[in-house]
Write a protein that binds this ligand. Structure first.
Ligand code: GYE
Length: 325
């Protein structure tokens, strides 16, 4: 009888450690940035596809609509409800110390996904994401290869101010630009990672600098690039292989289609399919294993057909066919 009781207690302890919830599902709270871009929608869908009940998870994903305060409030709510894991895709790098400490004090493992925070790594369990600075550098290196020493006046449509995606891509690109005295970055404005934002910034650039005032437009994501194209179309400005050079990031299906069509000359990938990696990290933690402080999601760059490159892959129908999002 005593043995049976001990067994029951042991079983309860194991189940209790596996999940705080009676249904045995691991409760995951994900504070998502918002729904600003195709990349973001693909990332959200990917989490719903991976963190299913069949796989043993109960996912609560909150679309924070680019509202940092809301993101903090929702993390605190997850803590109050004693979730098993909290996943944060930080809208901005700054302002995370207090809430991360609260999550830590509650004993809930915390995973920083996609974007990064400007906080001590001691304050969270682990991070998963791409290297945004390397993405910016790839774009810069490709441009250097393509221009081969020619002068260029460059405009930048940045991603949301304060986000690690925008900070990293600017940093990486600027690093390469600093090595090219023949390049001038004329202006750099926030397009908020949206098509509308990209269009508005491009319209104002065209007004200020005119058609002859620029050669290259660097857009921090595909949606901004589409908006910039709309603005150039409306102004009768040519872009692509025989016009202004457009560089973009994300390499979504639509973005790569436009690269294949020779409209976007270089598109640097940022892979939104990250949920399986996050799930594997959670499984490892569940098994009591120690995980790396950072898991890199690899990505590559692409350029339009007809361009030779040692830096990026030349686009083809095959590459596009393999790109579902
Ligand atoms: O590039 C952009 C999105 O954080 C890497 O956010 C992500 C960026 C992505 O809205 O499209």
């Amino acid at each position: 009888m005593k043995k049976l009781l001990a067994l029951v207690i042991a079983l309860c302890l194991v189940l209790g450690a596996a999940s705080a919830f009676a249904d045995g599902l691991l409760k995951i709270g994900y504070v998502q940035v918002g729904h600003e871009s195709d990349w973001r929608m693909a990332n959200t869908q990917n989490y719903f596809d991976v963190f299913t009940k069949d796989a043993g998870f109960e996912l609560e994903l909150i679309d924070c609509d680019n509202d940092h305060a809301l993101q903090l409030a929702k993390v605190r709510e997850f803590v109050q409800k004693d979730f098993d894991y909290i996943v944060i895709d930080p809208i901005q790098t700054a302002g995370w110390d207090d809430v991360l400490k609260e999550v830590q004090e509650a004993g809930i493992p915390c995973i920083i996904a996609d974007r990064s925070v400007d906080a001590s790594p001691d304050l969270y369990t682990t991070a998963v994401g791409t290297d945004m600075t390397a993405e910016g550098e790839t774009a810069g290196k490709w441009l250097a290869e393509y221009l081969g020493g020619k002068e260029a006046k460059i405009l930048v449509i940045e991603g949301s101010t304060g986000s690690s995606a925008a900070i990293g891509r600017s940093e990486g690109f600027n690093k390469v630009a600093a090595e090219h005295k023949e390049w001038t970055i004329i202006d750099s404005q926030d397009g908020d990672f949206t098509q509308n934002g990209g269009q508005q910034v491009m319209e104002s650039f065209i007004k200020t600098y005119g058609e002859d005032g620029f050669d290259v437009v660097v857009c921090h994501n595909d949606n901004e690039a589409y908006g910039a194209m709309d603005a150039m179309d409306a102004a009768g400005i040519k872009y692509g292989v025989d016009g202004k050079i457009i560089i973009s990031f994300d390499a979504t299906h639509e973005g790569l289609q436009r690269t294949l069509d020779g409209k976007i000359l270089c598109n640097v990938e940022c892979n939104p399919i990250q949920a399986v990696i996050v799930m594997n990290v959670i499984k490892a933690l569940q098994a009591g294993e120690t995980v790396e402080k950072f898991t890199l999601v690899p990505d590559e760059g692409f350029c339009a057909p007809g361009i030779e490159s040692k830096i990026v892959t030349v686009m083809s129908d095959e590459v596009l066919a393999g790109r579902k999002y």
